[in-house]
Design a protein around this ligand. Structure first.
Ligand code: ATP
Ligand code: FE
Length: 422
């Protein structure tokens, strides 16, 4: 079977065509980072307009890259939440129009489920290759010249993407290596993105137990805010810019403390660290300039070290809990936009390995928002019969009735046992 997936929940318009066996036949992505960088955050109205301008072209591009027509599809999957209502509406409307025109079932997808499940798509395992080790090693060492280190960051992410195979026409796709064994349920999952910071036990599609979540900011949000305070160029994202800039700094240059060390649970908090960083910037580098570049880099590196230490501590506790309660867990999946960070990958690889688990991260281009993850979540749901009947064209009209879920928790199920004594 072949599923087309549409993502438009935030500032990326993503469309992809994926087979039920996990082959990516074609994909297309229109990012709006440049539009929003100027405003210091996503402006919903501008995002909506950019999605509207991009959506038809993205669908056509993904289909033509895949070498299929809409009639050959078996379903259309689309993110219905959580996200910005104005943006979700653009993707959902397009999905339903396409489905109505070609009498295809629609699979409604939860954006965070798509981030998590894409780790089960074929050969997405992250290998800590030489390039990644260089970049991560540079971040742990005290100092490192920027040029060489950031070069290896780029090549490592490119290698990650290549291991999945680039978006290719159907003819070339046949030459792709067969997908690796699936990450089986149950697995532990750390979702780190612009709006979410969650530790989950994933026992099946739609079966999530929340072990911890953020009490304030998500890590991606914290990266974005710190990048802005440091006056970095926010392309392609604040997080990616900060990761690269941190390679120039001393990770122990600033004495930030690791959040929530007295709370022996799996929750997260980044607001206090963000305030500490803001105060340090006000004190040492109130205006970004070349003269204070080194101290800003030290702040960036120290922020990253402490923020990631917090992730490590929470993951270590979750892993310990999982091994006691669900010994069949074999994988720690780290997904969401922030999971493309190589320093985070290498630190969490160590946490997983010490416990005998395998760390699985999607390649960087599947960590940030994209159409492939939505199409794949659609495949997983379709296989369980969780699709909706094709919509009738007559219902579409102004689309006022569309089922959008801007606020939509992934699960109500929480496990308070994920505590250890201090
Ligand atoms: P959500 O998925 O919670 O709805 P979102 O879709 O806006 O939020 P994603 O696209 O999943 O978020 O991730 C974007 C976030 O990832 C941004 O905050 C961005 O700064 C961050 N990010 C991207 N690359 C990196 C990186 N290399 N290091 C740290 N953060 C990164
Ligand atoms: Fe996302």
């Amino acid at each position: 079977g072949i599923v087309l997936g549409i993502e438009s929940s935030c500032d990326d318009t993503g469309v992809a065509v994926v087979t039920t066996s996990g082959r990516v036949l074609g994909e297309s992505l229109a990012t709006q980072a440049e539009i929003h960088a100027a405003w210091g955050g996503v402006v919903p109205k501008l995002a909506q307009e950019a999605h509207e301008a991009a959506i038809d072209g993205c669908v056509e591009a993904a289909l033509s890259a895949a070498g299929v027509t809409a009639d050959q599809l078996d379903a259309v999957a689309v993110t219905i939440g959580p996200g910005l209502g104005l943006c979700l509406r653009v993707g959902v409307l397009k999905a339903r129009q396409l489905a109505a025109a070609h009498q295809l079932p629609v699979v409604p997808v939860h954006h965070m489920e798509a981030h998590a499940l894409v780790a089960r798509l074929g050969a997405t395992r992250f290998a800590l290759d030489a390039a990644a080790q260089t970049a991560a090693g540079a971040a742990t060492a005290t100092h490192q010249a920027a040029a060489g280190a950031s070069g290896s960051t780029t090549s490592a992410s490119a290698a990650g993407a290549a291991s999945l195979g680039p978006a290719a026409p159907a003819a070339d796709a046949a030459a792709e290596p067969p997908p690796a064994a699936l990450v089986e349920f149950p697995f532990l999952c750390l979702l780190i993105s612009g709006g979410h910071n969650q530790l989950l036990l994933v026992e099946g599609v739609g079966q999530y137990t929340q072990l911890g979540t953020t009490l304030d900011d998500a890590l991606g949000e914290a990266y974005d805010k710190v990048a802005r305070l440091l006056g970095l160029d926010l392309m392609p994202s604040g997080g990616a810019a900060l990761e690269a800039f941190a390679l120039e700094g001393n990770p122990r240059g600033m004495p930030f403390s690791v959040p929530m060390q007295r709370h022996a649970n799996c929750d997260f908090s980044y607001a206090g660290l963000k305030t500490a960083v803001r105060l340090a910037i006000e004190e040492h580098a109130p205006e970004p300039s070349e003269a204070n570049r080194q101290v800003r880099a030290d702040i960036a590196a120290s922020f990253q070290r402490v923020a990631v230490k917090h992730l490590e501590e929470r993951c270590r506790r979750a892993v310990q809990w999982a091994q006691e309660t669900h010994p069949e867990v074999r994988h720690l999946v780290v997904a969401g936009g922030v999971a493309s960070n190589l320093f985070i990958r290498s630190q969490l690889t160590a946490v997983a390995q010490r416990a005998g688990l395998e760390l699985v991260c999607p390649p960087a281009r599947l960590c940030t928002d994209n159409g492939v993850m939505v199409a794949w979540a659609g495949v997983e749901r379709l296989q369980l019969g969780l699709e909706e009947a094709p919509p009738a064209a007559v219902e579409l009209g102004e689309g006022e009735w569309l089922d959008l879920r801007p606020r939509w928790p992934l699960t109500d199920r929480k496990d308070p046992r994920c505590f250890t004594a201090t």
